[in-house]
Structure formats: C-alpha cells, structure tokens
Design a protein around this ligand. Sequence first.
Ligand SMILES: [Zn+2]
Length: 420
Amino acid sequence: MKVTTPIHINSKRLHDRIYKLSQIGKIGETGVCRLALSKEDRAGVELVKSWMEEAWMTTRIDPFGNLIGVLEGRDPDAPVLMLGSHVDSQPYGGRYDGVIGVLGAIEAVQTMVEAGYEPEMNIEVVAFCDEEGCRFNKGLFGVRGMTGKLEEGELERTDKNGMTRREALLEFGCDPAGFDGYTFEEGRIGAFLELHIEQGPVLEAKGEPIGIVSGISGPLWWTVEMTGFAGHAGSVPMPMRQDALVGCAKVIVALNELARQEPDAPTVGTVGSLTVFPDSRNIIPERVSFTVDLRDIDLERRNGLEEQLRMLIDDACLEHGLSYTIREDTNSEPRFCADWLKDVLRHEAAGMGLTPPELMSGPFHDSLTMSYVCDYSMIFVRCKEGISHNPKEYAAPEDIQLGTELLYRAARKISERKGG
Ligand SMILES: [Zn+2]
C-alpha cells in the first residue's frame, strides 16, 4: 500500500486520544463499557470536550446530550458542515466504534486551524448521544433529538434497573424540559460526513485500508411463526407428520440461497433467533417462531427477494401441513450517500494515491438519521476480521490515519471559500 502524498493530520495526537478515551469505562485489556448517559459516558464526553477546546472550537452540550464543538467560518450564516459520530459504547464493546469518527473529526479541525485555514461555513463536530441504543432499547437518540425526530414516550423508556431516560438525562446534566422549545431548522446543515470502522470483513478481504460508503441498507425484519401438530417422536409415521421445525429449516436454507442469488450483490439474509415449542427431544415440534433479517442497498431487488421468500414459506408450509403468520417488525428503506460527496471523497483519495472501493453499510449509523435532513457520506476504515461490538475490535493506526487524512482533505475541500 503506497501513499504518495504527505499526511497532514497528527496521527500520534489522534492515537493518544483514542487510547486515553479507551481508559474510561475500560473492561479487560482492550474492551470498553461506556453506556449512554452513564457516569463513564459523562467522563468520556468531558474529555472529548476538552480536546474540542484544544482544537479552538467553542463547545456546548445540547438538551439531548449531544456534545457539539463549533469552529467558526467566514460566513456563520451559511449551512454548516457537520462531522462526527458517537462515543457511547455497547456493554461489551471496543475502542474504535464511533470513537474514530469523533476524534478523527476533531483532528481534522485542529489540523485546519494549525495550517491557518479558515473555512467558509461553520464546521460543527458532534459526539451524538446514545447511538448504540442498548441501555434504553432504542438507538440514535441524540441525532434524532437534534433533527426533531423523537417519538412519543421516549423519555419514559427504562433501562434494566428501572431508571427512565428522563432521569438518566437529568443525572447526565441535561434538562429534558429543553425539548419543548426546540425545533430543528431545516437547511441549517449543508452536509454530514462520518468516519467509522467498517464493522464487517469486506475491506480486509479486498486488502483495502479504507472504503467509501455507497449507502446504508434498509433492513426488513420479520417474525415468522409456523404451526403444525405435536406428536410422539417415536410413533408418528413420517408421512403423517406436521413438523414445524422441518418447515422452518427449509426456509432458513432457502433464505441463505436467495441472498446468494447474485454473487456480486451485497444482499444479506439471516435467521438469527429461533424458538421451538414444546422444545423436547421426543416431541415433534408443533410451533416455531423465528426472525428474518434481509438487507440490501437495492430496494427493488430486496422487494423481489421478499416476494420469493413469501412464496417459499407458503410452499414449505403446504408441503408439511403447517399454518403460518408473518409479522413485519421493521421495514426501512436504503439511504444513499450523496454523489457529489462521494466524488469529493474519491477525488481527495486519488490525491493520496488511493482508490478506495465503494461498499454498502449493513449496520445503522448516526448518518442514517442525518440522511433525512442533509446530504451525507461515510468513510469506512478496515477492521480486523470484521469484529465489532466486542473487546477484540481492532483497527490499525495506519488505516485510521488514512481515513482521518481523507476526512480532513474532504472537509477542507467542501468548506473552501467560494468566489475567492
Ligand atoms: Zn458506531
């Protein structure tokens, strides 16, 4: 891997910060537990805030718990360029998820200021509150709050100790009373860029340090229930059985084959959870409930696969004498990155001697919500074996450096003075 132009960002400073932040809520050798709105989260946010201030940004924490740093541009009324991600973690998480997007953005801004560069518009760096959603079972809280997309009852959701989000926000130092007067100003944000670890194995398989995201795929989530008839596993002859688990098994295999129909497509299909009733070794399974997760960046293709899957379920149930229901739990549309932002990223990467591949994001990110209020794009950094949401999560410093350098160059390009 040859990088033909110099690196502007301060890679040592960036990695010192990644390391220091990883010591807050540290578990084991390399793990992190900084649950949203916890004491550890607050300590992490305070530290990140101090780094924003070192990078000459003015800082504030909004009522939703988002930490925002602002570098003022020449025209403070122009739509802002927003950069960022999150610093909360899963209960058994790693050092890099979200973190590189926030600390990388601070590094990009600090590099600009040190180079004497003044952007046209304000640049805002955000550490969004509670992206992960594990504590209150609903994620992307801060970004949805900021963009006016919270739902009824969100403050009353409780964690496993019975604490409500309202109480947690107050403990964190935010006042949910501030929600009432808040409205999101359409058009305030011109573009959003997020740097993130890939959380998948594609870049590693391709031998590429960084990638440009084409879009975030929309998942289709179902819960399927198949019902047959229980009987003694030792006595009911095979032709007379109504075995719900056999019908389900056929669907599991069929979904796996459907998702492989187009070998070059990024389609993924998973049955990840299965409940068998009565769940005994000598009773023919009477009822099986299982989940379906189908994702694709191409909604038309996904809809086509959904139709085929429905027919396959129908066939399997007919063959085995089963009845079935399909409950749709989530049906999100794919959200594409803006072509002009991808062009900027490709162009700036070429200037670094890189030709990053384009890839889809299966997981959600803060960008998903941002996509409804402004143009967005994402840079992915290769992570070891695709492992994430795990203390073993690892991204090489050289790869993070390249991703951050690209973020810096792209942010600088986008925020250049117009008309001299
Ligand atoms: Zn993340």
